[in-house]
Design a protein around this ligand. Sequence first.
Ligand code: SF4
Length: 250
Amino acid sequence: MPTAKSSQAKKPVRRRWSKLKKVEIEELFSRFEQQRPDPKGELDYSNAYTLLVAVVLSAQATDVGVNKATGPLFAIADSPEKMVALGEDTVRDYIKTIGLYRNKAKNVILLSQKLIDEFGSEVPADRDALVSLPGVGRKTANVVLNIFFGQSTIAVDTHIFRLSNRVGLAPGKNVDDVELALDKIIPPAFKRHSHHWLILHGRYICKARKPDCKKCIIADLCKFKEKTYSVPAPIVELSSYENKQQKPTA
Ligand code: SF4
């Protein structure tokens, strides 16, 4: 017969998904929505295939750096067939300004060949199928599913990981933990664009070394002990044109 103490010990500990209250989470995302009603990613692409390649190339690289390399590359190869015809050496030459370019060139050719062989040259709108492609992990798959296929996926990159922990929005020890917490706490109405809102806020305002708390529209909601300001900045709607003018810091 279990004692009162032992049955208490077995009680599962319920995880608290956010340090913010439900009403604060709603408020936070409604401000992001007001600021950027139609947020866009900053990688250049013309179809699902070029988006997939651009996202694969963007690992540990800036979007600006990737766009510089993919502009000329996609002008001559915007389909798996054209990319395979170019060959690994030529692809490597086009992307040599991007970090890890040797491995990335190899993966671009391998994933293109696999798309031709197994997916009728189409990019699949399915996470399991996407992660079966060389060089495509869960994060890359989530970005493609969100941006191109309009799915409410969240790809936790360095900005989202930092922001989720700092603000207390969805604390977690690793990216999977944070992704799970974000999935639990973000209200359905805000899920589709939350990925972009969080990335852009992390990239331009809540920067890694020096968060710009004075310009932060969620300063009053943020639970970061070292924040330098607690008064929210006025919400100014940013068009995607204005977004492009800001310098990336990643
Ligand atoms: S108040 Fe500062 S630390 Fe908090 S989210 Fe805004 S910029 Fe980041």
